[in-house]
Design a protein around this ligand. Structure first.
Ligand code: ADP
Ligand code: MG
Length: 729
């Protein structure tokens, strides 16, 4: 009898490593060589074209046709010189992946001569037949096609033989069908509001950008083992599997020596990433066995989002060359750590100042506190929306489970800042009136000393932690586009800064000094946002109780959480800042719900199939062996000895029978629950039904399957076990 598990194990164990040798090349020689960066532009575009392009990009203005034609010409020349034969618009549809459709540069002249062509038109806009991308009903499949439009702020790059042009993706009627469009708009809103607030302190500030440095966690598994697990291959996670006797309890994987085969893979994907200008910098083993992380140097948020999308693609591509598969799923294995994608986020001015870096003077400290406290207030007032931005079927499994923050949003600032905020909170209202005012600089708030933060003052359990000069949003899932949380975070902060500025203006109008207006508002915000600040262990049971007492929401499921995306408050917020319209938000809501329920549906089907067609037949086969054995014992032993010795075996047979029978019943009940859910027309109710009526079967079925794994002869078990998936590379 053939057992695919053993074949896969044999293959996996016998792998030799693929040698990736970079000894002849230096990073500085190949970094960014596949991007149309500023250096390259100078070689392929006329100086005035470069100037015009950069100026237009900086101002956020429109690219005119003539400029586009000039850029396209140079871009094509460069791409062809790098061996590219095709081009594509590269965009982020609402599937969460990236999409591309390649066209070659080929064109034929009237005389039939072969030409290589790429016009400004083709650079600026494409009309991919996009009827199969999710649109939430916005785009009627029959009438309209979507179109893509060039995002000149993100550099064009070459992948394989194709010139890729980052673009937005919108419907014919102008609705966004992607993540980049609202991302750019949210960043624009943030820029506008943050710049205005900065100018209260420094009139030279003309632009504020959001910076993002993500940390990408992932698991690796040998591809042969991966394919021997239909659950991994179809859903990205193991739906069954008993815990390995040893997994992460000795913490011997974290920051350990990177295994050679993995190291080789890392070198190669880093090389690919570097050629594409992705500034990957850090690599290490993560907590769980076979779990790893990589992180780049932070960049402007839009670029960083593109780079993360690109990196996920490269990880998967390069892993294949090493006969490994990357698992980007948030929770590929039960009982051990899941994978996140911490989003380190900050704000930076055109003058190069990090707004979340505490300054040396009291005045710059006030500016720092203004941003810090406004961000805290924004999270406090929009916690549910922020939670919804990281909601997915797979992240639901990670949040609150084993070394991941719970679904409760809270903010950690560290003990030093905590005590400063506390002092401000308790300070009295008249202080500023009393002091003899030569305000701006000598805003000698005695309570705001020079803030020198202790970098070790970290809390690794908080979903949203201040880490010295940036916030780290740790609840983001490993497989998701950073755009989702980044859209919401930048938007809520923009909104909060706008409110702040308006209130400051109003108070000044009433005769208050600017600094006093600012200080008293900061103090009010601290008082308003007290309940979101939490310095303790977010993974603890006590926090769950405490959070309830504080009135914070804990929304464990995606369908429930998504409601926040269409609340009247959210609709207004997105519309006020021109980020997404009501129609677009409703469409996204539907897409997210549908995505959720389809994922649960697929998992449920895989569980049914594996249970009925893999697990139960295996268990029965083993049970038959046991039965044969008992019969044999009866034949060869005298009755007294037989009764004594067969007891154990009989017990075993009974146990197996019970598990089999329960699994059968549960699977059939689960299928019924699915049928019921499928009858529901309203998407919201249907997704909720999947969450509440179908999903709970998974754990119950798994319990019995995992018990069988312990009872059944290892020789017969069809699925690679946790100890094999986690420890064999
Ligand atoms: P860790 O959280 O693992 O201790 P680090 O302090 O090394 O990590 O930084 C993690 C990430 O934070 C890196 O990707 C880094 O680029 C990013 N980062 C650092 N400064 C900023 C900033 N001002 N804005 C955004 N990201 C930043
Ligand atoms: Mg970190």
């Amino acid at each position: 009898m053939s057992n695919i598990r053993f074949k896969a194990l044999e293959i996996a164990i016998s792998r030799s490593k693929r040698n990736f040798d970079l000894s002849n090349s230096r990073l500085i020689n190949y970094f960014g060589e596949l991007t149309f960066n500023h250096e390259v532009m100078k070689n392929y575009l006329a100086p005035e074209v470069v100037d015009q392009l950069l100026a237009t990009v900086a101002s956020g203005g429109k690219i005119d046709r003539q400029l586009a034609d000039s850029v396209a010409g140079g871009l094509k020349e460069w791409a062809v010189s790098k061996g590219a034969s095709h081009y594509t618009h590269w965009f982020h549809p609402l599937t969460g992946a990236t999409a591309e459709k390649h066209d070659s540069f080929l064109s034929l002249s009237a005389e039939g001569k072969t030409l290589e062509n790429f016009s400004g038109n083709e650079l600026i806009q494409q009309e991919p037949d996009a009827s199969s991308f999710p649109s939430g009903g916005i785009r009627n499949t029959f009438e309209a096609r979507g179109y893509t439009a060039w995002d000149p702020t993100s550099m064009a790059f070459i992948m394989d033989d194709t010139l890729c042009i980052p673009t937005i993706f919108v419907s014919y009627t102008g609705e966004a069908l992607d993540y980049k469009t609202p991302m750019l708009k949210a960043l624009h809103a943030l820029d506008k509001e943050a710049t205005a607030v900065c100018r209260l302190f420094d009139p030279n500030v003309s632009k504020v950008i959001a910076t993002l440095g993500w940390e990408q966690e992932y698991f690796l598994v040998d591809t042969a083992l991966y394919h021997a697990r239909p659950d991994l291959a179809l859903t990205g996670r193991t739906l069954f599997g008993h815990a390995s006797a040893k997994d992460q309890q000795l913490s011997d994987h974290y920051f350990g020596t990177i295994p050679e085969r993995v190291m080789d893979f890392m070198k190669e994907f880093e090389y690919e990433a570097h050629r594409l200008g992705i500034p990957v910098k850090t690599r290490h083993n993560e907590v769980a066995p076979n779990q790893f992380e990589c992180a780049p140097i932070f960049e402007e948020a839009n670029i960083a989002v593109d780079h993360n999308q690109l990196l996920m693609h490269i990880l998967e591509k390069v892993a294949k060359r090493h006969q490994m598969t990357v698992l980007l799923h948030e929770k590929p294995y039960q009982g051990i750590n899941g994978s996140g994608k911490h989003n380190n986020w900050s704000l930076s001015t055109n003058l190069g100042k990090n707004l979340l870096s505490p300054g040396k003077t009291p005045a710059s400290n006030l500016q720092f506190l203004v941003f810090l406290v406004n961000i805290i207030k924004a999270v406090n007032d929009n916690a549910d929306l922020l939670r919804s931005s990281i909601a997915s079927a797979s992240n639901d499994l990670r949040l609150g489970a084993h070394e991941a923050p719970p679904a409760i949003m809270s903010v950690f600032v560290g003990s030093q800042l905590s005590s400063i905020l506390k002092e401000i909170e308790l300070s009295e209202g008249t202080e500023f009136n009393k002091s003899n005012l030569h305000q701006t600089v000598s805003l000698d708030i005695p309570k705001i000393p020079e803030i020198l933060l202790d970098n070790t003052d970290r809390n690794r359990t908080s979903p949203f932690a201040f880490t010295g000069n940036k916030f780290e949003f740790r609840a983001v899932g490993s497989s998701e586009s950073c755009a989702k949380p980044m859209i919401v975070l930048n938007l809520i902060v923009a909104e909060q800064l706008l409110k702040f500025r308006q209130l400051v203006a109003a108070r000044i109008n009433e005769g208050m000094k600017q600094e006093e207006a600012i200080y008293t508002l900061v103090r009010q915000y601290i008082r308003d946002s007290k309940s979101i600040l939490f310095e303790g262990n977010s993974y603890s049971e006590e926090w769950l109780d405490e959070a309830v007492k504080r009135g914070l929401s804990n929304i464990p499921s995606t369908p429930e959480s998504l409601k926040a995306t269409i609340s009247p408050k959210a609709l207004r917020l997105f519309e006020d800042h021109d980020v997404l319209t009501e129609r677009e938000l409703l469409a996204r809501y539907d897409i997210n719900l549908e995505n959720y329920l389809k994922k649960v549906q697929i998992e449920s089907r895989v569980i049914g199939d594996l249970s009925i067609n893999h697990i139960i037949p295996t268990a029965i086969r083993y049970q038959n062996t046991l039965i044969e054995n008992v019969k044999g014992l009866k034949e060869v032993l005298d009755n007294k000895t037989y009764v004594k010795l067969s007891n154990n075996q009989m017990q075993n047979i009974k146990e197996i029978s019970e598990h089999i029978s329960i699994i059968r019943t549960l699977v059939s009940e689960m299928i019924d629950a699915r049928k019921q859910a499928n009858k529901i027309e309203i998407l919201e109710t249907k997704a909720m039904e999947y969450n509440q009526q179908v999903l709970p079967f998974f754990e119950r079925i798994r319990y019995h399957v995992d018990k069988l794994e312990l009872l059944v002869d290892d020789e017969l078990w069809p699925l690679p076990k946790y100890r094999e998936l986690l420890f064999i590379r």
